[in-house]
Design a protein around this ligand. Structure first.
Ligand SMILES: [Zn+2]
Length: 166
């Protein structure tokens, strides 16, 4: 893969992550589906649009689920991250914030899953995530993410495992 292909792939994955996050939040807001049903439906819609292979979609769904679980746990602190991940267009359009309705319902449904194993909330280099602070598990160096990005290696020790906070 050339560097150019690699960058294109990276932009596509970030774009898909953003669409999936936003669409999942919109379906959740309608109040008729659980988090997992909403995520599944959003994934199917994007898959039907033919933008991604189902393999890639499954991988990105795991990342979206994890970020919702963590944002649900940290509700108020995660407000900025949520807005940047989900709502840039809505905020610009003056739409009502999805924050409270979406995160309170996600917090309930995903808290068991998040508590089950710390591994569920482990972040790795190469994965896409929303804004927040990543702390290196090896050297405790912090990275402050301002937008949806693909996670780079630790800038200090080049390790690839992180935990996230807001
Ligand atoms: Zn490090």
């Amino acid at each position: 893969m050339t560097e150019q292909d690699h960058n294109k792939d990276e932009q596509q994955e970030i774009g898909f992550y953003e669409k999936l996050t936003k669409r999942t939040a919109e379906i959740l807001e309608e109040g008729k589906k659980t988090f997992d049903e909403s995520l599944k439906k959003a994934g199917e819609e994007l898959n039907n649009a033919g933008e991604f292979s189902s393999e890639q979609a499954e991988k990105i769904k795991v990342w979206v689920r994890r970020d919702f679980a963590l944002m649900g746990q940290h509700a108020e602190k995660a407000r900025d991250s949520f807005k940047k991940a989900v709502e840039p267009h809505r905020v610009a359009a003056g739409a009502k914030s999805l924050f409270s309705s979406v995160l309170s319902s996600t917090a309930e449904t995903l808290s068991d899953w998040a508590a089950k194993t710390e591994k569920n909330l482990e972040y790795k280099t190469g994965e896409v995530t929303s804004p927040g602070t990543l702390t290196c598990k090896m050297c405790e160096a912090e990275m402050h993410l301002k937008s949806n990005v693909r996670i780079p290696p630790c800038p200090k020790c080049h390790a690839t495992l992180f935990r996230k906070s807001y």
